[in-house]
Design a protein around this ligand. Sequence first.
Ligand code: GTP
Ligand code: NA
Ligand code: MG
Length: 291
Amino acid sequence: DPEEMLESRAPVVTIMGHVDHGKTSLLDALRKTNVVSGEAGGITQHIGAYQVQTPLGGLVTFIDTPGHAAFTAMRARGAKVTDIVVLVVAANDSVMPQTVEAINHAKAAKVPLIVAINKIDLPDARPEKVKTDLLQYEVQLESLGGDVLEVELSAKTGQNLDKLLELIQLQAEVLELKANPFRLAEGTVIEAKLDRGRGPVATVLIQRGTMHPGDIIVAGAEWGRVRALINDKGESTDGAGPSVPVEVLGFNGTPEAGDRVAVVENEARAREITDYRSNLKREKAAARLGA
Ligand code: GTP
Ligand code: NA
Ligand code: MG
């Protein structure tokens, strides 16, 4: 639609890398130091995705996926949520099997990499070895004449975390990420669970449009009416636009990670779509049994 009102949106970043190279530490460190508008008590609502402000003034959305399996599963279902992969490589360990896997995932998804050489605080850190080891996998860093952005950092001491955020913003500017915030919302379920008190709770990354309380929503074979939207600080919000992660309350059943979420015009349309998908699911199950 040429009439679409496109506005720039925050980059959505997934952190990948070998086991114990510091993915969770990095996510936690970034969350603590830079959560948008700060946090007095330091109690962070963990919703599996959050936004931070970069030193250059932009926003970055981090998705805290449980790892490569989730990334692959989402891609297999056609969900493209990540704009940039930050590849964490421990400077004392260098390139390991899951580092290579992550490189391959990013290449297959045509998502640019930023290499974060972590644990630079350790006495046995060998960042230069990491850089040359990566060449074997066709990842040529800027310092070796290539075009892959890189930063040496420590999730433990916080050294160069701000540099990483700057690089993400610079990479995002090259990508010219845009979306229309004014249409009916669409997005992807990052994770979902059935909460005892609150019922089905889905963490959704909004990708186009803006979601509001009261919207009729469909995800996979589930539908509902948005009862509340909870942001990454645990606060209720009136609207979530492109690249914003929110907890969505109000689904009648629990959708699945990777399900596309869409706001539809009315309940009748929501029932029509989800009835069709439920029937399809049943037919497929029956066909499997019959085979
Ligand atoms: P998995 O989720 O199990 O794959 O690991 P991970 O990649 O999330 O690594 P995690 O953040 O759990 O860190 C693994 C270990 O490395 C922990 O003991 C961290 O404290 C330590 N660690 C992480 N980052 C740094 C760092 O910058 N410096 C040092 N010295 N240790 C670090
Ligand atoms: Na670990
Ligand atoms: Mg971890």
